[in-house]
Design a protein around this ligand. Sequence first.
Ligand code: ODT
Length: 175
Amino acid sequence: WAQDCQVANIQVMQNFNKTMYAGTWYAVGKKDPDGLFLLDNIVATFSIGEDGKMTATAKGRVIILDNWEMCAEMFGTFEETPEPAKFKMKYWGAASYLQSGNDNHWVIDTDYDNYAIHYSCRVVDTDGTCLDSYSLIFSRHPTGLRAEDQPTVTQKKLELCLLGKYRRVPHTGEL
Ligand code: ODT
C-alpha cells in the first residue's frame, strides 16, 4: 500500500453513502490544524436535505481571542465533487466572532454505525504533502471507539501520515 504522504494519493471511503453517514458523531480524537479552533466536547450532526444536499451542525468548546473559552455553535454546507467521499465544506458560526471558511472535507473511512475518519488538508506544500491539515476521529458513541475498531483507525492514521499526531477529545457533558 502507498504511504507516500502525497495529498493527491490519499485513499478515501469507496462508494460513500451520505444517507448512512447522516446523524450524530462524537469526536473522540483530533489532529489540530494551525490556529486551533475546536478544543473538546465536539459533536457533529449531519443531515441530508430534500434536495439531497448534506449539511451539518457542530458544537464544541473553543478558545477565541487567545483566551476566551465558550461553546461554539457552527454550521456547514457541503458541496459535492466527482468523488463521493470528497466534499468542500463551507462553514460559519452562529456568532460572527467565530471562525468561518471553506475547507476540504474528506471521509477517509467509516462503517457508518460505529466509527468515521475525517481529513482536511488546508494547504498543500510544493512537494505535494500537506502543510496544514486537521482530522477528526468520530464515534457514534460518546464513550469512544470500540476496541475492535481501533486497529482500523490506527491503520488509517498511518496512511494519512498523521500517526501520533492526534489527541484525545474529551466529552465531559458540559455542553
Ligand atoms: O478545530 C479546528 O481548528 C478546525 C475546525 C474547522 C471548523 C469546523 C466547522 C464545523 C462546521 C459544521 C459542521 C460540520 C461537521 C464537520 C465535521 C468535521 C470537521 C470539523
